[in-house]
Design a protein around this ligand. Structure first.
Ligand SMILES: Nc1nc2c(ncn2[C@@H]2O[C@H](COP(=O)(O)OP(=O)(O)O)[C@@H](O)[C@H]2O)c(=O)[nH]1
Ligand SMILES: [Mg+2]
Length: 438
């Protein structure tokens, strides 16, 4: 049977970014002890923020219609969707709910998070306009509502918007300061926005031009020259196509959410890399040297000498093995950490030190491993043939005991000291991956 991979989920933007967040999280697992607390908190907060954003998915373009009561948000929503769905209100107070239209699947988590009622969600076919795929259009409550809940809702939803369409009424754009405050925040966050001057059907053409110019002047005063003013009429449909074009332009760009996660990750990665300042290639110290030193400190060499003496007929029996002391293990362990971090920034000493098992459990494990060794019995010499091979037998006995003792020590030190150090070295080598844009 030939395996097929057609059921694998597509590698969308959300998946790719999630992998990067996981890499940063993994790095923090070993690096957190080595970096200053404020930086650690910052990176942990970044990871959390990215997780939250990615939980909502970044594969949507969120377009929000916001503005004051009666400016025509709901009417424009209907005009853009091409269907009467949002309820335009004549009487006030008008809606305090969000209505949403989404094109294509996958918007559920986002709409749940925003809190859009199920019956206020309109699902559209992507149809002949593929740029609308992944688009979510929101009709927001009136930001100037006396209802504080409505304002909070608008403040909550707006940071999610990839495109803010701020709808104004020509009769009421005098409270420009308020509009501009929102548009300024959006622009500071890198969110594109447009001022939608609605109700232009109620203006003479020259009046409309004058109002557009006046709005543009007011925006420029606030440093918002980049924000366009689009005259439209939800009633006649004038200018609605221009809004569609603006939506298309924005949805073709990467969504603000993806961009924000991406730049958050790069910033955090660079901060981490800088704090850990990567210099030279780390070298793994000689594991056998550490094994031999601790075995010697545990009395393995002395036991080997004794076994050789017995084999050579110079001694009657091999004395019992003592125990390695905590101080001896601590000394060898610190030598190892020093050797493993030669040439690396000082912070890496902390990282490697944290990764290796502490001296106390190491000491206990080494002593337990040595206590469990079935020591090879030296065969005693006898007769003239034996006498001939005495020195060879002594050497063999010595070697067997030394080997058995070191094997036991190695089984403890490899997983608890050498391997963790290798993992840190590997992390150090791949650190630069976190700082790369892709
Ligand atoms: N003449 C005219 N009336 C409009 C226009 N847009 C909306 N309206 C009317 O203005 C009122 C408020 O519109 P609505 O969409 O409910 O505004 P919202 O409160 O911002 O959602 C309704 O009676 C709409 O029919 C427009 O472009 N021209
Ligand atoms: Mg409305």
């Amino acid at each position: 049977m030939t395996p097929t991979f057609q059921h694998l989920p597509p590698r969308d933007e959300t998946t790719v970014l999630r992998e990067r967040v996981n890499r940063l999280r993994a790095s923090m697992e070993w690096a957190s002890e080595a970096i200053p607390a404020p930086l650690r908190e910052e990176i942990v907060a970044t990871i959390q923020r990215c997780d939250e954003r990615l939980d909502l998915g970044v594969d949507h373009t969120v377009v929000a219609l916001a503005g004051g009561t009666g400016s025509g948000k709901s009417s424009l929503f209907n005009a853009l969707v091409g269907q009467d769905f949002a309820v335009p209100g004549i009487a006030r107070p008008t809606t305090s709910h969000v209505s949403a239209a989404s094109w294509g699947p996958g918007a559920k988590a986002l709409l749940d998070w925003i809190g859009v009622d199920e019956h206020r969600r309109l699902e559209r076919e992507v149809g002949e306009d593929p740029v609308f795929a992944g688009m979510v259009l929101l009709d927001l409550p009136d930001h100037d509502s006396i209802n504080a809940h409505n304002r909070d809702l608008v403040d909550y939803v707006l940071p999610m918007a990839d495109l803010l369409m701020w709808v104004v009424d020509p009769q009421k754009y005098a409270d420009h300061a308020l509009h501009s405050a929102y548009v300024t925040v959006a622009s500071d966050h890198g969110q594109p926005s447009v001022m939608v001057l609605n109700h232009v059907d109620r203006l003479a053409p020259d009046e409309a031009v004058a109002v557009v110019e006046d709005l543009q002047r007011l925006l420029a005063v606030d440093g918002l020259e980049g924000v366009g003013v689009v005259p439209v009429s939800a009633t006649t449909g004038q200018g609605v196509e221009a809004l569609r074009a603006e939506i298309r332009r924005v949805s073709q760009e990467r969504s603000v959410a993806a961009q924000a996660v991406r730049s958050d990750l790069v910033t955090a990665g660079r901060a981490l890399a800088a704090a850990l300042s990567r210099h030279s290639e780390p070298q793994l110290p000689d594991v056998e040297e550490m094994v031999a030193a601790i075995a010697r400190a545990a009395g393995v060499d002395a036991r080997a000498d004794a076994a050789a003496a017995v084999a050579a007929g110079r001694a009657a029996e091999v004395p019992e093995l003592g125990a390695v002391t905590l101080a001896a293990v601590e000394r060898e362990r610190l030598d190892w950490v020093d050797a493993a971090t030669v040439g690396l920034p000082i912070t890496w000493r902390t990282v490697v030190n944290e990764a290796c098992a502490r001296a106390k459990p190491l000491t206990a494990d080494v002593n337990a491993a040595l206590a469990a060794v079935a020591w090879p019995e030296p065969s005693k010499a006898g007769g003239w043939r034996a006498r001939l091979g005495r020195s060879r037998r002594a050497a063999a006995a010595h070697k067997a005991v030394l080997g058995a003792g070191r094997d036991a020590v190695r089984t403890v030190l490899v997983p608890l000291v050498a391997e963790p150090t290798m993992r840190i070295h590997e992390s150090y080598r791949v650190l630069h991956e976190l700082t790369e844009l892709s």
